[in-house]
Design a protein around this ligand. Structure first.
Ligand code: LCS
Length: 393
């Protein structure tokens, strides 16, 4: 059977049984190392002349199943898995830059990605230009230099929910001899497949929708075979931010329900966003599924849906937001996102606190912005909880 020809729902759910025991669900290869039959076999494996496992930082059968699944879903050739989304961000970027190179990135990014680009890569003589208006591909084009090696985007962006045109950025990157890296965490491969739009590397904080159940921190990179081989032999092998076999197994279990979860997240988010948009205490709602979102049309073109993330500004600003977050029921006040249950948080003081205030505001992350990760509970219960907390303002 060629899984590549199957629909995404089948690709997500299907898994081979264990060839050794017939176990329906694959076992967890919870081992750090692998025993060689003899010295020659060990040497041949190290030399790459014989297939087989060596040591779990270099490869593990449970992790391999997740690599193959993610490559299939994102329509890439191969994938590598990490112990956090940030380990994937750093492994993906550091593999393709050296001293004297230049990176172009959008300014509105997850706070630690922004921090990595502002404070870590710059320590090694790599320059970064942040683009303010990521909605206009010309801004990326204007920031390109002869030594630009990477354009880095996140769409929709965490937390302001602006979209970036993946296809246009891929063209700009390739015309300038650079790679396009796309953080696809908010959309997942069920709703958006950046490689099909020209991206070179796709990245996930798998902590979020890929695992879906809030019990794993992990990251994933997907790309072509050559780039993944290079990453495996450099930043993954020698920096070593790998995931554990058990966490890979939990993700293999979690990702099976991605299609039905994303459908429910989106159905609920649409209802919640429409409710919020019509509420007298709400100033502004940012959700790509609303026709009022400035890039609603782009969302319809480059993705198959709008996802489960919403940001909003209340008329009473920060104080009103604090009241809402302190009083709301059902939604947990917590960072992270993409779990089956609903979460609410305050980017300026939490996820995006590493970003300096002027840069934060330039990226649309105002003090009054509140971010909601809409879960798969009953939508009416969520709306009632929001109504009740808004009535306390
Ligand atoms: N990329 C995006 C878009 C993210 O939202 C995050 C984490 C990361 C990368 C990093 O992934 P991690 O290392 O945490 O697995 N976002 C978080 C958030 O919004 N709240 O807490 C973490």
């Amino acid at each position: 059977m060629d899984l590549k020809k199957c629909k995404r729902e089948t690709q997500l759910v299907y898994g081979e049984a264990c060839k050794t025991t017939g176990s329906h669900i694959q076992p967890i290869y919870q081992t750090s190392t692998f025993v060689f039959d003899n010295v020659d076999q060990g040497a041949n494996r190290f030399a790459g002349e014989e297939e087989g496992y060596i040591y779990s930082r270099l490869g593990n059968p449970t992790v391999k199943l997740l690599e193959d699944k993610m490559a299939l879903l994102e329509e890439g050739e191969d994938a590598t898995i990490y112990g956090s989304g940030m380990a994937a961000v750093s492994a993906g970027i550091l593999a393709f830059v050296e001293q004297g190179d230049h990176i172009v990135a959008q300014r509105c990014l997850y706070g630690c990605t922004h921090s990595f680009l502002s404070h870590i890569v710059t320590k090694w003589g790599i320059e970064v230009t942040f683009v303010d208006d990521a909605s206009n591909p010309e801004s990326f084009k204007n920031a390109m230099r002869p030594n630009t090696k990477i354009i880095y985007i996140e769409t929709p962006a965490n937390p302001a929910m602006q979209l970036t045109d993946i296809k246009a950025c891929a063209e700009i990157a390739h015309n300038g001899g650079a790679r396009l890296i796309v953080d696809n965490t908010f959309m997942t491969p069920y709703l958006q497949r950046p490689i099909t739009l020209g991206a070179d590397l796709v990245l996930h904080s798998a902590t979020k929708y890929i695992n879906g159940h809030g019990d794993v921190v992990a990251g994933i990179l997907i790309g072509n075979k050559e780039d993944m081989d290079h990453i495996r032999m450099t930043t993954q092998k020698d920096i070593g931010g790998i995931t554990s076999p058990f966490d890979a197994w939990l993700m293999l279990r979690g990702v099976k329900t991605l299609a039905i979860r994303m459908k429910e997240h989106e159905k609920n988010a649409m209802k919640v966003a429409s409710f919020l948009e019509n509420h007298p205490k709400v100033e502004r709602v940012y959700y790509p599924g609303l026709p009022s979102h400035p890039q609603h049309e782009l969302a319809k073109i480059q993705a198959d849906g709008f996802g489960g993330m919403i940001s909003l500004e209340l008329k009473g600003g920060l104080e009103a937001g604090k009241t809402m977050m302190n009083t709301i029921e059902i939604f947990h006040l917590a960072v992270s996102l993409g779990t089956v249950d609903s979460l609410i948080q305050h980017p300026a003081s939490m996820t995006h606190s590493p970003v300096p205030v002027e840069e934060r505001c330039a990226a649309g992350i105002t003090d009054g912005l509140v971010r909601i990760s809409v879960g798969i509970e009953d939508a009416e219960d969520l709306i009632q909880a929001l109504e009740k907390s808004l009535s306390t303002i």
